[in-house]
Design a protein around this ligand. Structure first.
Ligand code: BMP
Length: 213
């Protein structure tokens, strides 16, 4: 586990996923998995991946407090390093995640990288960040392809760590995202579809991202 790159392994073939985790797990800060992987491989894949790196379970949990509690109880048994939940459902729902997470860190979504998020979610980032701070989240998600918004989130983040997707396939740059305030950069397709993911990661970290895909 090193550096500040979170590899988002949105793979549905368990063999390919484990092989990629084995190849890059020790060269990144964490491996992130999302619904496609869990739906195809089952939730035990979370535990299986913990041997390669920190695992971030990106379920974007967004329900009433009781359902959030039931979900986090299931997930925390697999010992991920962190889970991602939505903040827009309100402080009661996020509190249910935090209260029932055991030792698992909770990251809240404050803003997103897809253009559609500019309609409902992104205009409310200030309130969402303030809620995440007040409730004691470990971190927040803010887009690595929207430097202005990321910079604004960074100014008010307090002790929260910022996790930024949107770099690579969605157009964001690693260096610019860090410069705008990102603590951890989430990269999916540009890593797992890369013929040489380790080279790509080390080039990014050494400041060469000219070849970015
Ligand atoms: P990619 O680098 O291939 O675009 O993957 C990005 C990953 O981050 C995906 O798992 C996606 O679901 C997630 N993500 C995102 O792209 N934007 C957000 O705002 C929040 C995310 O979790």
């Amino acid at each position: 586990m090193k550096g500040n790159i979170v590899a988002s392994l949105d793979l549905t073939d368990e063999k390919k996923l484990i092989s990629m985790a084995d190849q890059i797990g020790s060269s990144v800060f964490a491996l992130k998995i999302n619904w496609p992987t869990i739906l195809s491989c089952g939730k035990s894949i979370i535990g299986k991946l913990t041997k390669y790196s920190n695992v971030i379970c990106d379920l974007k949990i967004a329900d009433i407090p009781n359902t959030n509690r039931l979900i986090i109880e299931q997930i925390s048994r697999e010992n991920p390093w962190a889970v991602i939940g939505h903040l827009f459902t309100g402080t009661d729902s996020m509190k249910a995640l935090l209260d029932n997470a055991g030792g698992v860190k909770v990251i809240g979504v404050a803003s997103m990288s897809n253009p559609g998020s500019n309609v409902y979610l992104n205009p409310n980032f200030e309130k969402l960040v303030e809620d995440a701070k007040a409730l004691g989240c470990y971190g927040i998600v803010a887009p690595g392809n929207n430097y202005e918004l990321l910079g604004s989130v960074s100014k008010i983040k307090g002790n929260l760590k910022i996790f930024s997707p949107g770099v690579g396939a969605q157009g964001g740059g690693y260096k610019q995202a860090i410069k705008a305030g990102s603590d951890y950069v989430i990269i999916g397709r540009s890593i797992y579809e890369n013929p040489d993911p380790l080279k790509y990661i080390s080039e990014l970290e050494s400041g060469n991202e000219n070849h970015i895909t």
